[in-house]
Design a protein around this ligand. Structure first.
Ligand SMILES: Cc1ncc(COP(=O)(O)O)c(C=O)c1O
Length: 391
């Protein structure tokens, strides 16, 4: 029997595979998949329990509960400077930003359309393109500062370009796109009438005074953008599966339809708790930023003492390291072998660099560490990393 030709083209997620390999290796610290090993805020958990007890347990409005859409509109006007967002016209609440991305692509793509993707990229974007019928075109973010070539990007735009995906702060590089870069991308989007799909789930995880800018807030971009976010990273609630997509009314109407038939809706009581989470004040975001700045510094400093070369991130909670010399010493052929070697010999799980590139060779010497972990976990990881030099 012939099964889908599309799903044959991509494999299962390497990130989630690494978590399974790590779990099968007793004592291994999982710095592979990006989820916290500490508790989510008590007040948000209590809001969810309260909502369940109040019997908010049936389907929510398919495109999101009134309270959550109002909270999103309020937050996005203030933090993201997107004043145009009407809770009834511009918001679709989804099952995480994962679903927001796929529903958005399915809502805008026609056969033959192209989507531009910065690489290294979050691994879902490739399969998302294929599932929605788009052809991906790639533009490199070059280490160590992860800048891209403006001319090369301009050359990629053509009459088939339907969208460009921006992820800022970026997974896996930690790049925070600058205003100059975003203005350049916005101008291309407006010239070619193409949509900037922007994944901003790390918007509150910024270091060394970097600032987050939403491309949708730039002049003229409200009709040419889809802004995606979720509660997963900001509130340490990756398992709740509540996210959203914000776009013009015209685009939102199509996203709503795809979302309705894909999932009907995100979990109703958790939407109420998400509305509460979005109402948290500046103190919470200050705590979050300080917590991750400390976590980044611990892991970065620990990696700096080893034979591998970490690149300091400006945001998000990952560090890419170049491991070419180390791989040569142990005769490791590719980034997958490296990741398995690190699990078996150093007791630390990471994500092979190649999984973030279309051409596996581009990431063959890289591996990604995450630092969304308790300080104690990162201190233990620091001890384990010493094995890289003392083996
Ligand atoms: C860039 C990026 N987008 C989306 C996701 C998934 O987000 P969600 O849990 O909201 O589906 C992740 C998870 O690691 C991510 O790093």
């Amino acid at each position: 029997m012939d099964l889908s030709k599309i799903t044959k083209v991509f494999s299962e997620s390497i990130i989630r595979e690494m978590t399974r390999v790590a779990n099968a290796h007793p004592g291994c610290i999982n710095l592979a998949q990006g989820f916290p090993d500490f508790s989510a805020p008590e007040t948000i958990k209590n809001a969810a329990i309260k909502a369940i007890r109040a019997d908010i347990n049936q389907y929510a409005i398919t495109w999101g509960s009134v309270s959550l859409r109002n909270a999103i509109a309020e937050k996005i006007a203030e933090y993201n400077k997107m004043k145009f967002v009407d809770p009834n016209k511009n918001i679709t609440v989804t099952c995480g930003s994962t679903e927001a991305m796929l529903s958005s692509m399915k809502a805008i793509i026609n056969p033959g359309d192209e989507i531009i993707i910065f690489e290294p990229f979050y691994e879902n974007y490739g399969p998302d393109c294929l599932l929605s019928g788009a052809s991906p075109r790639y533009i490199m973010l070059n280490p160590p500062d992860w800048k891209f070539n403006f001319e090369r990007l301009e050359q990629l735009f053509n009459e088939k370009t339907k969208a460009i995906i921006i992820n800022t702060p970026n997974n896996p590089t930690g790049k925070v796109f600058s205003i100059k870069e975003l203005k350049f991308i916005a101008e291309l989007c407006l010239n070619y009438d193409c949509i900037a799909i922007t994944d901003e789930i790390y918007e509150h995880i910024l270091f060394d005074n970097h600032k987050h800018i939403s491309i949708a807030s730039l002049p003229g971009m409200e009709k040419n953008s889809i802004t995606i976010n979720s509660i997963s990273k900001t509130y340490s609630l990756t398992g709740w599966r509540v996210g959203w997509a914000i776009a013009s009314e015209k685009i939102t109407n199509e996203i709503k339809k795809v979302h309705d038939f894909l999932t009907v809706g995100a979990p109703a009581p958790l939407q109420e708790a998400a509305a509460f989470a979005l109402s948290l004040g500046k103190d919470y975001y200050k705590w979050l930023g300080d917590f991750y700045q400390n976590a980044r510094d611990i892991l970065f400093n620990a990696l700096k003492q080893t034979e591998i070369n970490p690149i300091k991130p400006d945001g998000a909670y990952y560090i890419i390291a170049n491991c070419e010399d180390y791989m040569e010493r142990y005769n490791l052929q590719n980034s997958y072998d490296l990741a398995i070697h690190l699990i078996k010999n150093i007791d630390i799980a990471t994500v092979p660099g190649s999984s973030f590139y279309a051409d596996l060779k581009s990431g063959q010497y890289q591996t990604r560490f995450c630092f969304c972990k308790k300080e104690k976990t990162l201190q233990t990881a620091t001890q384990y990393l010493k094995r890289i030099i003392h083996e």
